[in-house]
Ligand binder design. Structure first.
Ligand SMILES: Nc1nc2c(ncn2[C@@H]2O[C@H](COP(=O)(O)OP(=O)(O)O)[C@@H](O)[C@H]2O)c(=O)[nH]1
Ligand SMILES: [Mg+2]
Length: 191
């Protein structure tokens, strides 16, 4: 029987890390989670789940656990996506509590700027600069998307916050984002 290592948190070498995907409705949070599962099928552990309404909106969260061996340590990254819809702020805050790193997934399409700003401001108010943030400018494959640099300016990102362009449906750029996110999460946990 395959051992479910998420249960063995009494193991000294096991480090559990919490990662949150945050962003406006339909920016691609669930799609990013699926892209990670597709890129690293051998690292997925436990049972991923998605909780959505009938219109395919995430109502509570999606979840995926990702395991990485780095002897003598073993990392388990618990990735939760929050619901992007405005009315679910309380849910978002509940899910995002005690996160080690937050990935803000923006929808790069020009007409989504206002929603990106609203969601980013809400995130900053929530984290109060205590949790590291990585930003993904998703949907770069669409012709009406703005560049990551333009989005950096529009969101007013501090220079210390990394931003990457990506297309989650095409699995492009996701690896780089994921790598950086893990780096920051581990640094946050071990400093
Ligand atoms: N063109 C394009 N569409 C995307 C991309 N990422 C997600 N989508 C689409 O955007 C819609 C919302 O994505 P979803 O992952 O459900 O968004 P969520 O509400 O943030 O979880 C879906 O129709 C996705 O197929 C992308 O990189 N490019
Ligand atoms: Mg979703």
């Amino acid at each position: 029987m395959k051992q479910d290592k998420t249960q063995t948190n009494f193991n000294e070498g096991l480090i559990q890390v919490k990662i949150i995907f945050w962003g406006p409705a339909s920016s691609g949070k669930t799609t990013n989670l699926r892209a990670i599962a597709k890129l690293f099928p051998q690292n997925i552990t436990g049972q991923p789940y998605e909780v959505s309404t009938s219109e395919d909106h995430t109502i509570w969260e999606d979840y995926l656990a990702f395991q990485l061996e780095f002897p003598p340590y073993s990392f388990i990254f618990h990735i939760h996506t929050t619901t992007g819809q405005k009315r679910f702020l309380a849910t978002r805050e509940q899910v995002a509590k005690n996160a080690d790193v937050i990935l803000f997934i923006a929808d790069s399409q020009e007409h989504r700027l206002k929603e990106n700003i609203r969601s980013y401001e809400e995130l900053i108010a929530f984290t109060e600069n205590k949790i590291p943030i990585v930003v993904e400018a998703n949907k770069q494959d669409l012709p009406n998307s703005v560049t990551p640099e333009k989005l950096r300016q529009d969101l007013g990102l501090p220079s210390s916050t990394p931003i990457y362009g990506a297309s989650a449906v095409k699995c492009k750029g996701v690896y780089k984002v994921f790598r950086d996110m893990i780096r920051l999460a581990i640094r946050n946990r071990t400093r």
